[in-house]
Design a protein around this ligand. Structure first.
Ligand SMILES: *Cc1c(COP(=O)(O)O)cnc(C)c1O
Length: 404
């Protein structure tokens, strides 16, 4: 086989569909968030980042960067091993305690990313609980889908956020089989929020365990940043809460929080936990500082929500259509892969605004979008500049406007 031409022809297909991914080459500037330097063939220029998952700017909060520097000075660069073989650093232990407390659980277990935590935890639970049937929301993240698939267990996909469909599917399943319901709180692309209470009610009725991905909510919702389940007083009703340290907490890593027995089970059986080098101590120290800060401070959360409201208000005034949702994610739907990419390129080249186009397979075809994530550090002037640019481009591309 001619491997090189195979690779190239597969890539050509992506180009033709207008969904070939191009990475912006950025250098984030500490103290200037959300600004970054963008490197191109012609040199470097300043851009305002409007699509970061560092939702609160904690990635450069002094409490976080100082904790990381101090931990490097104390412990050096890497963990030096897997968790089992010399790699468990005291910062990992402190961080796991902090995460258990954040979610009101007995224990927590760290993974190298949110992706790995979902993949490893679901993969292990679903392959090791004999005869388990997994009920998985149709909108679940790739990491959950891959974990469930990897386990080869029986799986049933229910309509996104549909309590009625979930009920019908639970009723149709073998009453004797153990059941697990896997879902998210804030869905990343539409910014909608799951009916957590109703799903927990169904779980109780059918004796199912619940697995909730709070990746887009931890740090940002709830009085201590414990997520939507904390805000709604539901944390104790979930069997397992999964989260990331890489989004609102601004660092890197993933985790699950659950009972001591469940965490010990994953610690003992999850290949994706066992056979990999532990996170660098400095990452754990930075995440610990970030969580502690956001547990005690609501200022970032309030400022964030107020920026989101202002952006939506300015978009509305200019007739730029965006999905209404109860979260901080502002999806501006373009509905065409090539146009979405083109708008994003123009924003970058002519206005110094960086919003990555989101195309299939991340979202369904015809719903291609700009996924805008305001942060507490975007100013009124930043918002006016973004909305002014979108206003000009909407006229130029003859895109439909929302009717006021
Ligand atoms: C980003 C994301 C993850 C993965 O988290 P990482 O820490 O980035 O690996 C998991 N679940 C959802 C819903 C996500 O959006």
């Amino acid at each position: 086989m001619d491997f090189e031409s195979f690779f190239k022809s597969e890539i050509d297909g992506l180009h033709q569909e207008g969904r070939y991914r191009v990475f912006a080459d950025l250098k984030r500037q500490r103290g200037e968030f959300p600004k970054a330097l963008r490197h191109t063939g012609e040199g470097a220029g300043e851009v305002t980042v409007w699509c970061s998952n560092d939702y609160l700017g904690m990635g450069q909060h002094p409490a976080v960067t100082e904790a990381m520097k101090q931990a490097i000075d104390e412990c050096g660069a890497g963990a030096g091993g897997t968790r089992n073989i010399s790699g468990t650093n005291h910062y990992h232990v402190l961080l796991e305690r902090e995460l258990a407390d954040l979610h009101g659980k007995e224990a927590a277990l760290l993974f190298t990313s949110g992706y790995v935590s979902n993949w490893a935890a679901l993969g292990t639970l679903c392959s090791r609980i004999p005869g388990v049937i997994v009920f998985s929301d149709a909108g679940n993240h790739a990491s959950m889908i891959e974990g469930i698939r990897h386990s080869k267990c029986q799986r049933v996909i229910f309509q996104h956020n549909s309590v009625d469909d979930l009920r019908a599917k639970l009723m149709a399943a073998d009453p004797a089989a153990p059941k697990l319901i896997a879902f998210e709180s804030v869905y990343s692309m539409d910014g909608d929020i799951a009916p957590i209470k109703e799903i927990c009610d169904l779980a109780d009725e059918f004796g199912a365990m619940t697995y909730l991905d709070e990746v887009h909510a931890v740090g940002m919702y709830g009085p201590r940043g414990g997520g939507i389940a904390e805000r709604e007083g539901l944390m104790d009703r979930l069997t397992l809460i999964e989260g990331t340290l890489g989004k609102a907490f601004g660092v890197m890593g993933g985790y699950v929080a659950a009972s001591a027995a469940l965490c010990d089970f994953l610690r003992s059986f999850a290949s994706g936990f066992i056979f990999t080098t532990a996170l660098p101590p400095a990452l754990a120290a930075g995440a610990l500082a970030s969580i502690r800060h956001l547990k005690a401070s609501n200022g970032e959360r309030f400022a964030h929500q107020s920026r989101v409201r202002r952006l939506r208000h300015c978009l509305d005034k200019n007739g730029i259509p965006h999905l209404a949702n109860p979260s901080h994610i502002v999806p501006v739907i373009v509905g065409d892969a090539a146009k979405c990419k083109w708008i994003s390129d123009l924003l970058l080249d002519n206005w110094g605004i960086y919003v990555q186009p989101i195309n299939y397979p991340t979202v369904p075809k015809k719903t291609e979008r700009l996924r805008i994530t305001p942060t507490p550090l975007h100013t009124d002037a930043d918002i006016d500049h973004l909305v002014g640019a979108l206003h000009a481009l909407w006229s130029r591309c003859a895109l439909a406007r929302a009717v006021a």
